[in-house]
Design a protein around this ligand. Sequence first.
Ligand SMILES: [Mn+2]
Length: 454
Amino acid sequence: MNNHIYQERRNALAKHIFSKTGSGLAVISTAPELTRNRDSEYPYRYDSDFFYLTGFEEPGATLVLQVQKNGKGFELQSHLFCRPKDLEREIWDGIRLGPEAAPKELGIEFAHSNKELDEKLSEMLADQDAVYIRLAESAEADRRLRHWMKQVRSQARSGINPPSALHDVEELIHEMRLFKDAHEIDIMRRAAAISARAHIRAMQICKPGMREYQLEAELLYEFRNSGAQSVAYNSIVAGGANSCILHYRAGSTELRSGELCLIDAGCELDGYASDITRTFPVNGKFTGPQRALYDITLAAQEAAVAMTKPGNTFIQPHEAALKVLTQGLLDEKLLKLSEIGSLENAIATGAYRRFYMHRTSHWLGMDVHDVGSYREQTEHASKEEKPWRVLKSGMVITIEPGLYVRPADDIDEKFWNIGIRIEDDAVIQDGGCELISRGVPVKADEIEALMKNA
Ligand SMILES: [Mn+2]
């Protein structure tokens, strides 16, 4: 077990609470089970923050951290509330860890049945300075908090004070999650390697006449056969014109010779996402116009990768990619220099947005669009003035430029319905970054060679 990892994270969170308000009580519940239809449920996925602090995968659980000032330092007591053992339910739903076994198994100080949550919380909140919760999480969470507070307030005459401040616990946890430790990066490397293999498999199997859902099945096969528990997000398998729809899902469109197929798919392994996009010709050979836009997109990605290093800001890779993409649009006359005047003007006016309408990067971690602030948390600046976050070792971002050309009267028909995105996952480290998703080829020639030899 890696219990010490979770203990260290709980301690780090307690330290943040201590420096903010001295003492405090943090309450973090895992995700609820969700009904898909009638009495069928979606596959269960724990809450990322909760799992980050406990390593515990069962539903129905809440973590409570009690931070108390102690001389100059603080003392932390961790309490887990979890489903009690229930032999009847366990026959149907599976084995529960239960509060008796939880402390030893999870390395947590105290464990209780989740049926005691309301009663215990009302006690624990007494004489606490501050409560750390997810603000405005849900009506149910608000109702519970109101109930606990009411219980504490009712004891006011016996000298017990309710907490007087509410703080957002997510802000603290998300800042921690932004920096991945060695344990996390190791999992993310393995997740990306599995996803890369899945992309290779899809490219090798792809033939004109197949349907998008058949390639989705190949991706899933590789994910699950490699031990990944799930997709990190719904797979995009987009043939032809569908490649220009950013959040398209794998559908039943036939993949046709002469068209492109864009796959944006990644597995989730042990709670961590991978996120890879590749675009390839359905028949294994790029057409001239496809190749031209592909090479521009790849050059844009290379420019962004070169800017992905400690000390640069989050937006610098995007700006580098944007410059290359926009120059490429001018070179291919998709943007007309005579109308726009200059590259600088094409960027300043946002003329490129017709063909590139998303950012180049997002944080990647337990959640595919991972948590963490994209702006520096400076004290006095207004939101607009807040500078972009400075990249540091341990952060993980995607680098995913794209070009999308929809049919239009003023666009040369040879470019119609070409949608291209190239996405890799980058771990920022001293001097630069490591692309952990390059197990799958990215150069046009290499993709063609891979498909030809399949
Ligand atoms: Mn992405």
